[in-house]
Design a protein around this ligand. Structure first.
Ligand code: SF4
Length: 65
């Protein structure tokens, strides 16, 4: 089954920390909303996704299986 990045929008405070880790996945918009550009977790990007999960100060990012 495909693993996917999930963001709890109730927790996210749009501080852009995740974008600093993975700008190809997380994009903070001009209106301070966060867009997940591609939500698939692959063997290639999993380590970085886990780093974004770890660094999010709101624990808003998780991986669903
Ligand atoms: S690091 Fe967490 S709180 Fe900050 S924008 Fe990303 S998901 Fe939201």
């Amino acid at each position: 089954m495909t693993k996917k990045i999930e963001v709890d929008w109730g927790l996210c405070e749009s501080n852009g920390v995740c974008m600093g880790v993975m700008p190809e996945v997380f994009r903070l918009e001009d209106d301070d909303t966060l867009t997940v550009l591609q939500d698939e977790v692959t063997p290639e990007n999993e380590a970085l996704v886990l780093e974004a999960v770890r660094q999010c100060p709101r624990q808003a990012i998780s991986i669903s299986e």
